[in-house]
Design a protein around this ligand. Sequence first.
Ligand SMILES: *Cc1c(COP(=O)(O)O)cnc(C)c1O
Length: 473
Amino acid sequence: MKLIFDKSVKGRRLTILPECDVERELLPEGERRAKKPLLPEMSETDISRHYTELCKQVHGVNDGFYPLGSCTMKYNPRINEEMAALPGFAGIHPLAPADAVKGCMEVLDTAASYLCEISGMDEMTFQPAAGAHGEFTGVMLIKQYHVSRGDTKRTKIIVPDSAHGTNPATAAMCGYEVVNIDSAPDGCVDLDALKAALGDDTAGLMLTNPNTVGIFDENILEITRLVHEAGGLCYYDGANLNAVMGVVRPGDMGFDCIHMNLHKTFSTPHGGGGPGAGAVGCKEFLKEFMPASALLSLMKGDAAEHIQVRSFMGNFLVVVRALTYLLMLGREGVPEASINAVLNANYLMQKIKGTFTPAFDRICMHEFVLDVADFKKATGLSALDVAKSLIDYGMHPPTMYFPLIVHEALMVEPTETESRETLDWAADVFRKLYQLGFDDPEYMHASPHGTPIGRPDEVRAARNPVLRWVPEG
Ligand SMILES: *Cc1c(COP(=O)(O)O)cnc(C)c1O
């Protein structure tokens, strides 16, 4: 399809501006741009068609099933958007005086108290703009805690191999040495490996739970007890709180801080790169290090004690959406959403079983991992080939080659907002593709067949991304 710049016609406009009726005032010479900006010149009709054409080339939750593991691509209720668009929320200025934005402060306060209740924490900040940013904030809290006690020999963070990839990256970003520990054969943390890794140099543990193979760690109470006994703190990666919200609370399991992805569990549209919010919660004793808003800390004159990870209050409208979602679900609806997410994942896993093999054949949480290794041995087709073939059926591929502990992994997360009919259809597609792999492997290896782009060079795309069109000359 043509770029918007290629469609541009010189002089074409959307609006006719009224004649200027005040005296013209030009910026001083040095402040003016040397060249006119290059902007597409188009009619409103053509712009509208351009973006509609772009829309047709992507797959979103509103187009069809989107079981992208670990990303919780659930349906985002429209009421959230209506609330986030209210002028009193959407039109505020970050420097507005506090008494002019009391309603907004109440939104932040109420959302914080609900999320504290759900996570079992005592304090919540919305400053971090994403999950990984939340992890960074949480681990910095752990660091501040140790430093404030003069306990500077704690240089290591323990990360199980079933953690989300952002966990070791976060620990390293915070200046820690990452100690990787293996999982036991049942997919849970190997307690002996944990005991061996713990010591007086342990700053803490980062645990993704349910972990990336969709398993709730059965020894979670023992894990947090052991880490605390060694003097470390426990960080809960709660990006995927969708499996447990309203059912169990990380705070009750012994965790000291947590992040939750509001743009996953709490239904802000995501996948296009933001805006998001990685709300971070902590226990009472870590409160003094939590990010304060720039404004509040300025007023209190104590900015120095708090870590600061972003300006102002974070992505406020994401919090409005999360609060709307929570109010709509209510006390009964929150656990019901999680219970249905877990039910849907188990239902789909059982219906696919017998063709593709689950990596861990046991009750899963909100997602499960298929191990395509056997299928590959028999047909020569990989997890990538299966993922690409699903596109031809109008399904977004699951997360591929993740977690790393399963080599031909497809990680499937159906979410609670899919109907039984959709899950039956999806299981049927998986079963058909399994058969197709044996009947016509060449066809499958060449898939997808019906998309503008089929198989881009993924390594090049990751190493040398071309994200911007640059005009000639
Ligand atoms: C998505 C996810 C993250 C990272 O969240 P971002 O908002 O993408 O930075 C971290 N941990 C887990 C378990 C996740 O699923």
